[in-house]
Design a protein around this ligand. Structure first.
Ligand code: CTP
Length: 400
């Protein structure tokens, strides 16, 4: 079931670390190649020798071996793994991950991992219920971390409640499910546009919008994880694609985005246009910084940019699935319907700026998906990583 999968297991200092030995055995038996990284405290609970023997690989505990100076690179480990499981994940480690703290090899590897990270929390019930722990868990979920849920039962403290680490068999099942459902886009090439465009006024100024690219990048990651080869044509954003199936094409202006899309779209099975493209650009880009001229008004003449979606809609073939976004502030459904038809989309993702937590900059979004036949599906407010899954599901159905 897990043949050829490379799994990195991170062990932190909790009593249930003893169960991780069984988990490693199960993963190896299922065909996975396993490496383990242990925090300093984890070594108090289970011996590195046990873990090394079961995983059939040396265990990583420190950045370098003090005896021979051999360097253990968190970057290499993070790139090597197809999945990183942290079991047990203590409240302390979860808090550190939520805040980007990287004070040991296990945590540094979380920051540099290109794969999904699955967390199996394990702690006493009061620590688990504590508001700060719950908030940290929610932060990780929003960022797309996977969870092997803590279970109810007797705890090491003698108390009873939620906080036990999931049983190794349950974690194995989650891992198998992850890899099984994960590859339903294999063999598909998908174009995604994301972020804003910048339209130059002069060497130091531009016209743009508030798009951060979060939604488009979340879709790209989601499809890449599920096996798609993604071409992400992105305007200037602060994000970086993590998955190695994503080929980033960085552009700045709408014209550059248009060129890249027209070049790549014919080779793709589908395209999702999530970029917030500037509809107009300055007619003239001043070669030097425009100086104040002392007048009370200044006029900037703008000319229309190419409508990228409309252009692709024209060359789209019957076998390609084509989707877009509509960000509206009024007459949402009527406007979305119009765009759906005029740009030849198969479906359009509508988000309204009237909805709290939806639109530019938020980590959440609230969408409706409108189809060509007039059917509409409404979704709740949820993290963009989850919204991406809903959009992927629609796409998958149409690709089939
Ligand atoms: N789009 C595009 N190229 C443009 C403008 C928009 O590819 N020049 C795409 C967007 O990525 C989105 C869809 O078209 O998928 C709708 O974008 P939106 O900005 O909502 O609509 P516009 O067509 O620009 O219309 P308006 O700004 O008048 O609402």
């Amino acid at each position: 079931m897990l043949n050829g999968k490379k799994i990195l297991v991170g062990i932190t200092g909790g009593i249930s670390a003893y169960k991780t030995a069984s988990l490693i055995r199960l993963l190896v038996k299922a065909g996975a190649e396993v490496k383990a990284v242990m925090s300093g405290a984890a070594k108090e609970f289970v011996s590195p020798l046990t873990i090394a023997t079961l995983s059939k690989n040396p265990v990583y505990t420190d950045f370098f071996n003090p005896e021979n100076g051999e360097w253990h690179s968190h970057v290499k480990l993070g790139i090597w793994a197809d999945l990183y499981i942290i079991a047990p994940a203590t409240a302390n480690t979860i808090a550190k991950i939520a805040h980007g703290i990287a004070d040991n090899l296990l945590l540094t590897t979380v920051l540099s991992a290109r794969c999904k990270v699955m967390v199996a929390p394990a702690m006493d019930l009061d620590m688990y219920q504590n508001a700060v722990t719950q908030q940290n868990i929610a932060t990780l979920r929003n960022r797309g971390f996977l969870f092997s849920e803590a279970q109810e039962g007797e705890l090491a403290s003698g108390l009873s409640g939620k906080g036990r680490m999931a049983e190794p068999e349950d974690i194995l099942q989650n891992v198998e499910q992850y890899f099984a459902q994960n590859q339903d886009f294999k063999g598909r090439k998908i174009l995604i546009t994301a972020g804003p465009t910048r339209e130059k006024i002069d060497p130091v100024r531009f016209v743009s919008n508030y798009s951060t690219g979060k939604m488009g990048y979340a879709i790209a990651e989601c499809l890449a994880e599920r096996g798609a080869e993604v071409i992400l044509v992105s305007g200037p954003v602060d994000l970086k694609p993590r998955h190695s199936n994503i080929n980033l094409v960085s552009v700045e202006s709408a014209k550059e985005m248009y060129q890249a899309c027209v070049e790549h779209f014919p080779k793709c099975h589908a395209a999702i246009m999530s970029a917030a493209v500037a509809d107009y650009a300055p007619k003239i880009i001043a070669p030097k910084k425009i100086k104040k001229n002392g007048e009370s008004e200044m006029t900037l003449t703008l000319v229309p940019n190419p409508d990228i979606a409309a252009a692709l809609g024209k060359i789209k073939t019957e076998n390609q699935v084509f989707a877009g976004f509509a960000l509206e502030t009024e007459n949402e459904f009527a406007n979305a319907q119009k765009k759906l038809e005029s740009k030849n989309f198969d479906f359009i993702v509508l988000n309204s700026l009237k909805d709290r937590g939806a639109g530019f900059g938020y980590d959440t979004n609230k969408i409706s998906i409108v189809f060509r036949n007039g059917n509409t599906e409404n979704f709740d407010l949820k993290p963009k990583t989850e919204v991406a899954k809903d959009i992927a599901q629609c796409l998958l159905q149409l690709l089939k």
